[in-house]
Design a protein around this ligand. Structure first.
Ligand SMILES: Cc1ncc(COP(=O)(O)O)c(C=O)c1O
Length: 383
């Protein structure tokens, strides 16, 4: 399949994955790998979680698809559960993170009658044309110049720069509460709240992109809950929401939702029964299996173990989205770790090893990973 590998870095992990069980993946030769990559921060429940499997298969037998043309009580239940979980008012279900951000940008621009978006340097918001317009990160954008929309980019975490970029042409400020692809970059404490205040001063909306950070990934329901005073007008979720099933959502306040007209935006597959059944199963499993606490426990282990390894400068991030910052390039370390049976990710920061383990990962597996990291990096070149 040359076309597929040309378009996406599918072969970054030099192993062909055949099956998975919990937090373990197996290659075609039957070798086991601890999955610290989590399918790019997707598989919050791991592989083949019994509740996820049961929800999907039961729903497939009951009602596999009907579009939004007909009311479906299951869709209402899933949307309500998602609003309760995220502490937002209205949910619009779609199929991918980029689609959720498209919906967010459309609703914000229309609600405000303005068209400028302020976004952050090194940020990533998806690969569709509108999302590329607000994405600063690397070559995702530059290869497709000129991209759509008018976006002002400011340094992440710099409230003064944000203030200088805001005026009455700005429809919304769009941010990740932790920049994932950039290298798991946390903003300074109070930054999200400052963004909220600065938006209010010019009457702009605040959109928080929680596609990577949300739905329990960071050890809390949503990462913006770390600073509740920032309460966004719009936020977007995906990845962990389906834990492997393609589903995402744009969530907004009652006031923003009231600006949308029926039929103005839609999606054939969005909010289909299978997706809704999975959303309910994922949210219930996070609560029933105490996955927020378990995610925070994994973070604590990572911070403690990372601090004791010479090659590790710092461990940053939250819950099950962690950046282990090394004193050397991360990519060769990630490759050596594959040979030792551990799959990890990298990021735009070349020294950052990105970990997105399932929240169900046994603590012993994370300890074994840090043993392997210490062994892998006792030798080799530091830069
Ligand atoms: C913060 C953020 N926003 C948006 C997206 C795009 O999501 P998707 O690939 O599901 O379109 C991603 C994907 O990595 C992401 O990390």
């Amino acid at each position: 399949m040359p076309a597929l590998t040309t378009l996406s870095p599918a072969s970054l992990l030099p192993v062909a994955i055949d099956r998975g069980e919990g937090a373990t993946l197996f290659d075609t030769d039957g070798n086991a790998y601890a999955d610290l990559y989590g399918g790019h921060a997707v598989a919050l429940l791991g592989q083949g979680h019994p509740r996820w499997v049961a929800a999907l298969s039961d729903q497939a037998r009951t009602l596999s698809f009907v579009s939004t043309v007909a009311p479906v009580p299951l869709r209402d239940r899933a949307a309500q559960a998602l609003c309760d979980f995220t502490e937002m008012h209205t949910a619009f279900l779609v199929n991918s993170g980029a689609e959720a951000n498209e919906a967010a940008l459309k609703i914000a621009r229309k609600a405000m009658g303005r068209d400028v978006i302020v976004a952050f340097e090194a940020g990533f918001h998806g690969r569709t044309m509108a999302c590329l317009g607000v994405t600063a990160a690397g070559s995702y954008r530059s290869q497709h110049d000129p991209v759509h929309g008018t976006t002002r980019f400011v340094p992440y975490g710099d409230a003064d720069a944000l203030a200088a970029a805001l005026d009455e042409d700005v429809a919304a400020v769009l941010l990740e509460p932790i920049q994932g692809i950039a290298g798991v970059i946390e903003p300074p404490a109070g930054f999200l709240t400052a963004c909220r205040r600065l938006c209010d001063e010019v009457g702009a909306l605040l959109i928080v992109d929680e596609i990577q950070t949300g739905i329990g990934r960071c050890g809390r329901a949503m990462q913006w809950h770390a600073e509740r005073a920032c309460a966004p007008d719009v936020c977007t979720v995906g990845k962990s929401l389906g834990s492997g099933f393609p589903v995402a959502a744009m969530l907004c306040t009652e006031a923003v939702a009231a600006t949308a007209s029926p039929g103005e935006h839609g999606s054939t597959f969005g909010g289909g029964p299978l997706a809704c059944a999975v959303v309910l199963a994922v949210l219930e499993t996070i609560a029933d299996e105490d996955l927020l606490t378990r995610g925070r426990a994994l973070e604590a282990i990572a911070r403690e173990r990372g601090a004791a390894i010479d090659s590790v400068g710092t461990v940053r991030g939250a819950g099950c989205l962690l950046g282990v910052v090394l004193d050397r390039p991360a990519r060769p370390v990630a490759q050596a770790l594959v040979r030792a049976g551990f799959l990890t990710g990298t990021a735009a920061d070349p020294h950052c090893l990105r970990l997105c383990p399932p929240a169900i990962m046994p603590p012993a597996t994370l300890h074994a990973f840090f043993d392997a990291l210490a062994a892998t990096t006792t030798t080799g070149v530091r830069t």
